[in-house]
Design a protein. Structure first.
Length: 319
C-alpha cells in the first residue's frame, strides 16, 4: 500500500513539474496554473512525506527504545520544526486561502501529534492554537489551549510560552463573554511579561510586543466592562510600547501592524467619548498604515481584513 501511495505521489509531482514548465500553458492564464501547481506540489509532497515519515518514525522509536534517546528526540524535534517551516513558507508564498487552508491544517496536525505524543518542540502547539483563534475556530483553539494549560504549562513551558498561552486564553474567554476569567488570564500574562523583561536578552523586543498585546487586550476588556479610566491607562501603556517598537523597527510588519491596531482602538475610544475629530485622525492613521501593509504584503489576508474594519469604523463616525 505504501509503495502505491508513493508511486501516485511521485507521478503527481512529475505531472506538476511538467505543468509548471510547459511553455504552451504560460500564455494561457499562467497565474492560475502557477497557483494550481504550488497547491498540488504541497499536497503531493505531503503524501510522499507522510509515507516516509511513517517509516522514519518507526525507526526512530525503535532506536529510542534501544537506548538512542537523545538522537531520537533530536530527530523528532527536527521533523516538527520542518512542519513549522513548511507552514511558514506556504503562508508567506500564497497566504491563507481556501486552497491553502487544508494543507496548513494538515501540516499543523502532523507536527502537533508528534509534539503531544513525545512532549518535544511544543511551540508548534502554541502556534496552532493561535492560528485556530485567528481563524475564529474558538472551540478547537480552546481545547488545544486547555490541553497546554493542563499538560505543559507548569513543568515544561518557557515563561514566554506561558504568557502567550494566558493571553490566548484571555482572548478566547472574552469571546465567550466570560469577562472575569479573561481578565484573570490577561493579568497573569502581563505579570509574566513584566518579570521576564527584567532579564535583558536578544528577545527583549519580542517580549515587549507580547506585553503590549496583553496590555491592549486588558484595556479593551476594562473599557467594555465600564472601567474606562483603568482601561485607558492600560491602553496608553500598550500604545507607548507599540509606537516605540514600530519607530525603531519600521521594516517589521508585525510591530507596524500592532501600531495600526492601537490607532484603531484609539479611534473607537475617542468616538465613545464623543471626541469625533480625534477619533477621525486616529482611524485615518490606522488606515494609512494598513494600506501600506496590504500593498507590501498582498498575500497576507489579515492586513486587508483589518483595513476593512478601519474603514467601517471611520464610516460609522458619519452616521
Amino acid at each position: 500500500m505504501g509503495k502505491k501511495i508513493f508511486a501516485v505521489a511521485t507521478i503527481t509531482l512529475c505531472f506538476c513539474a511538467v505543468l509548471n514548465g510547459t511553455s504552451q500553458f504560460s500564455a494561457i492564464n499562467s497565474a492560475n496554473i502557477q497557483e494550481a501547481y504550488i497547491i498540488s506540489r504541497h499536497r503531493a509532497e505531503k503524501i510522499v512525506d507522510r509515507v516516509q515519515k511513517d517509516r522514519w518514525l518507526d525507526l526512530v522509536v525503535t532506536g529510542k527504545e534501544e537506548g538512542g534517546g537523545q538522537i531520537a528526540d533530536y530527530l523528532i524535534a527536527k521533523r516538527i520544526q520542518e512542519d513549522r517551516m513548511q507552514i511558514q513558507g506556504l503562508t508567506e508564498e500564497k497566504g491563507v486561502t481556501n486552497k491553502t487552508l487544508p494543507v496548513i491544517h494538515e501540516l499543523y496536525l502532523d507536527g502537533v501529534a508528534l509534539a503531544q505524543q513525545y512532549h518535544l518542540a511544543m511551540d508548534i502547539i502554541y502556534d496552532y492554537a493561535y492560528f485556530l483563534m485567528s481563524q475564529k475556530d474558538n472551540n478547537k483553539a480552546m481545547k488545544l489551549a486547555q490541553w497546554l494549560e493542563k499538560h505543559h504549562q507548569n513543568d515544561f513551558a518557557t515563561e514566554e510560552n506561558k504568557a502567550l498561552l494566558y493571553n490566548l486564553l484571555g482572548i478566547l474567554q472574552r469571546r465567550e463573554m466570560r469577562f472575569a476569567d479573561a481578565e484573570q488570564y490577561y493579568r497573569k500574562a502581563i505579570s509574566i511579561w513584566n518579570e521576564t523583561l527584567l532579564q535583558q536578552n536578544p528577545e527583549t523586543e519580542i517580549k515587549e510586543r507580547g506585553l503590549g498585546n496583553s496590555l491592549c487586550n486588558l484595556g479593551i476588556l476594562l473599557c467594555a466592562t465600564n472601567r474606562t479610566s483603568e482601561g485607558e491607562e492600560m491602553y496608553w501603556k500598550a500604545f507607548a510600547i507599540r509606537q516605540r517598537l514600530a519607530q525603531t523597527n519600521p521594516d517589521n510588519a508585525l510591530f507596524v501592524w500592532d501600531l495600526a491596531a492601537s490607532y484603531h482602538v484609539m479611534g473607537n475610544l475617542n468616538k465613545k467619548r464623543k471626541r469625533f475629530d480625534e477619533a477621525k485622525i486616529a482611524l485615518q492613521k490606522a488606515i494609512e498604515i494598513e494600506e501600506n501593509l496590504t500593498k507590501k504584503y498582498p498575500a497576507v489576508n489579515e492586513y486587508e481584513c483589518t483595513l476593512a474594519n478601519s474603514y467601517c469604523s471611520l464610516a460609522n463616525l458619519y452616521r
